[in-house]
Structure formats: C-alpha cells, structure tokens
Design a protein around this ligand. Sequence first.
Ligand code: ADP
Length: 498
Amino acid sequence: MTASILDDVPPLSELLDVEGFREICKSFGELYGIGIKLFDAEGGKLVDVRAGDAHLSSYLFGIHETQVQLTSLVNQLRNQEIRAGEPAVIVDDFVGLRYKIAPIVNEGSLAGRVIFGPYAPGDIKVPAELAKHKELDLYRLQGLLRTIPVASEKQVDRILAHLLSTLDVVIHSSYKQLMTSRVHIASINGAFEDLERVNRTLQDANGQLKELDRLKSNFIATVSHELRTPLTSVIGYSEMLLEGMAGELVPEQRDYVKTILEKGESLLVLIGQVLDLSRIESGNVLIMKSQAEPAELVKLALSDVLPQAKKRNIALETAIADGVEPISVDTDKIRRILVNLLGNAVKFTPEGGKITIKANIEESKPVGSDRFDLFEPERNKYLRIDVIDTGIGIPEDKLERIFDSFFQVDNSSTRQFGGTGLGLSIARNFAAAHRGSLTVTSSVGAGSTFTLKLPYVAESASDKAAPVDGLDATPEQPHTTSGRATPGAPGMTKTATR
Ligand code: ADP
C-alpha cells in the first residue's frame, strides 16, 4: 500500500508552491528583462512572467497575418518535443527572436517545461519576407525589436541553469514533504481502519451484552415472580399456624414457626428488591405521581421502623420546617426510599442512639446541571429530606460505593448486620426517576446523614413540549423511566444522582 503511494509521482502543480515560484520567476524576469513561462507535463500553464516583449506581442497580435504566426509559435513552444535529461531546445520565431525550452525533471520523468524568452541572439534585422504583410510597419517593428534584450547562448544557459536549479530545490523539498505527509496519511488511514474494525467488534460485543442483559433481567423477573407465589403461601400458612388455626402449638413449635415466618418475610423483601432492580435495569419503572404532604410521607415511613427502633431503644425525632408544601411524587416509591434509609439508620445505630428526620425546602441547582435555572426558577425548588443517625458511620472511601448493587461495607462472612446491599441502589434509582438525588455524608463512629432531594418541578417547559417515550410527562401522569438516560435528560439513571 505504501509502495503504491510512493510510486505515484504527483503533478507539478501539487509539488510547487505556484504562487511562491511565480515570485521567483518574476525576480528573474525583472533582473534579465526576459520572460519565463512554466507548463506542467499536461500543458497546463503554471507561471507566465512577461518581461519587455509586451508591446511587441500586442503589435504583432493586432495584424492578422502576424497574429496567425504568433499563434502557431505559441503552439510550437507548448508542444515542442523535449525529453527528460536532454539539453534545452532552441526555437527561433518569425521575427528573428529566440526562445529556449528546458525540460523540468522530477524522479527521472518529465514533469513540465520552462520556456525562456524571447531574447535576441544578437543584433537582429527584420526578416525580409515580413515585407509581404502590407499592414506591418517594418520601421516600427524594428524599433520594437530593439527593446528586446540581447543575450548570448552562454548567458541564457547560465540564467536557465540558475532557474532550473532553484526549481529543482523547490520541487525536491516539496516532493519530500508530500511523500512524508502521504506516508503519514497512509499510516493514519491504516490506524483508522484498525480502529474502525475494533469499534465494530466492540459494537457487536456491546449488542450481545445488551441482549444478554435483557435476557438476564427477564429471567430474574420471571424467577422472582415465580418464587413469590409459593413464598406467600409459606408465610400465610406460618401465620395461620401461629394463630392456632391448626390447633395450639407447644412453645418450641411456636419458636420454629416464628423463625420460618421471619425468614420467609425477609426472603420476600429480598425477592421484591431483586424484582425492583431488574425493572430498573430494563427501564420499566413506572412512576405514578400524586400530590403528597411531606409530613405524611415521613410519618408513613416512620411507622414502618418504629417497632424496631423501640426494641433497640433508639429515639426517633422529626423536624418538618414550616411552610413545606405538598409535592407531586410517586408516594409508594418515596415511602420505600425513606423506609430503606430509616431501616438502615436503625440497623447501623447502636442501642440508645438517635435518628432525626428533617424536611425543608431548598433552593438547589437542578440535578445534572451546574447552574441555577434562571428562565424557569421554579425548577430550582427542592424538597430536602435528611435522615441523620448517630450510628457507626461509613468510611470515606466507601461513601459512593454503598450505592452500588450488592455492596456492603462489611461483606465478611462474620458480619453482624443482615441485608442484601440492594436497598440504596434501588433508592437512588427511585430518586433519579423523580429527577432528584440521594447523597450521603458520614463520619466513622459519629453517624451518617442521607439526603434525599426531590424537585417540585421535575420537567422543564421544553421537556413538556417533547414527551418522554411517547408519553406526556406531566407530573400527574404516570411515566416509565427509560433505564440509563443521561443527567438532565428525560428518564432516569444511576449516574444522574451521583
Ligand atoms: P443493606 O442495608 O441491605 O446491606 P443498602 O444498600 O441499604 O443494603 O446499604 C448498603 C450498605 O451501606 C450497608 O450494608 C452498610 O454497609 C452501608 N450503610 C447504609 N446505611 C448506613 C448507615 N445509616 N450507617 C452506616 N452504614 C450504612
């Protein structure tokens, strides 16, 4: 491939900085008063520097007979056979002036020609046969001929040699540059083709992975669903046994059935979480919004963890700021976020500790944006809920990782806390589905603060103009989230909240 690029000798017009070389020819022309023309191998004119022959040419061109002769002279100069490596060819014209045609050679082949002239080879007299042209004023012609510089062959050869060696240097360095850049381009093209090939392979692999991912999500959804049905029976029958519907149980039997019930319930929670996660991954989370009182949302979530907190002697405190307005959210999803945060707070706070849950209104930059929205200021308004505990805290290097699926700070086989490591990942996705965020700050040994922020206006006016996935995403209407959207774009994403 590289060889063919180097074999292909470029035309003179590509090798020469034509403008620059024209300037050089002009200096030569002005210095010696003799014209210089440069043609490429195909006869294309690249340079035409006229010197002192302008008046003579226009006079001869104005008379029919000499005009014909002038035209055939031009053709002859253009087409005169010359060969690479051979000396310049002399052409004498019909008024006794002379031209020299020198070959331009590049890489051993003819690249063009330089036509040097006209000049007078000596003292010249108007040829006698021109007297037959009636219109021609021989006296005037003689005067014009005298304006053409006289040059000996030796002088002309020297000037031509100078010009040709200058041309050689220019061509040679341009040729080198051109070849270097061609080789560069060829290697870049090669690298580009390699990249394209790798890219295609990656795209194929990506497509296959996506398909596998989809199959995995489907599989998990189906299996989880199928597991739930028998599990609800196990839980139901355990409850019935405990209620004595199949006869009184002895204390030992009660203990066993209680354990079956407890384990069954936590298995049900786990299956629910796995189902949520597979829905999130396949982009099938349905957000059903309705107006909700923040204080009610907090109360509802607290009622879920109250028994556990009481059992562990943990104080629960709420602080709802005045003027916190109702917000349009999917109440079930928000309740589940709060239950998860509060459940964790209870789980990771030693006995006698305290959990505070606060709700405020906050002015915030819209999630995924680095500036406040000046055109729709209502988009800067957020409901902020903080869940603050006095628990064990989270090491700084784990603060972001706890939002990854299945991640637990203590994942040893001897860990003392139960759980799956799915809760926060799901909670963060639910927050993102509302175009909100879930973040954490913590200090080991002192406690953690989880902050949920929910926008009062989730969609901008422009989003409303362009419905999400064909659904009109107004707050009161349900809409599905579309898996992994980019921050600020419709839908939800794990990254949007990070
Ligand atoms: P799970 O609680 O089921 O393990 P989560 O996703 O809810 O799963 O939490 C992931 C991990 O984050 C927990 O295992 C724990 O290590 C850490 N974590 C979450 N909340 C707290 C908290 N309030 N205090 C200390 N660590 C926490």
